[in-house]
Design a binder for this molecule. Structure first.
Ligand code: T46
Length: 142
């Protein structure tokens, strides 16, 4: 799975003098049904989150407030995304290693997920991930 398959997706933005509105419709704006929503908030300065991959889970990550970086890896290629607006998000398919850092003060990371929480779905060891993702084609790169 190449991190180029991670992609930024623009969402509808309804401009309104009372405040703007953005919405996400499962399978229409993002390529999966949503089974779970969670969010990271009160992230202290300098903290990083993630540091794992998912076997079956697909996600759509939105900076609902503030900004942060999402670093994605497939075991060979690496791609960094900066999320700083609530009217677009990052689609992350299965088997992509992700790390999130550079959280701005007060940022909120909203995640729409294709599956219920299942610790068995996580690969939290990078070597194990790389072995599964790249197998014998390992070229020694990240
Ligand atoms: C991801 C990034 C962006 C639950 O019990 N239910 C849940 O739905 C979630 C997401 C987590 N947890 C528990 C599991 C751990 O004991 O919350 C604790 C912290 O989870 P974790 O260390 O996985 O948190 P992050 O921020 O490193 O990763 C989370 C998601 O787990 C992960 O899917 O991609 O946010």
């Amino acid at each position: 799975m190449n991190p180029s398959l991670c992609k930024l997706i623009d969402l509808p933005k309804i401009l309104d003098h009372r405040g703007n509105l953005t919405f996400v419709e499962a399978t229409k704006h993002i390529p999966f049904e949503i089974k779970r929503i969670y969010y990271l908030y009160d992230v202290p300065g300098g903290a990083s989150r993630g540091g794992h991959a998912h076997r079956n889970l697909q996600q759509f990550v939105i900076a609902a407030n503030g900004s942060f970086d999402v670093i994605t890896k497939d075991g060979t290629n690496k791609k960094k995304f900066f999320l700083n607006r609530s009217y677009y998000g990052l689609y992350i398919p299965t088997m992509i290693w992700r790390e999130m850092d550079n959280f701005s003060s007060g940022s909120v990371c909203l995640v729409l997920a294709s599956e219920f929480y299942d610790e068995e779905d996580y690969i939290r060891d990078y070597r194990e991930f790389k072995k599964l993702a790249v197998g014998n084609k390992d070229d020694g790169q990240d």
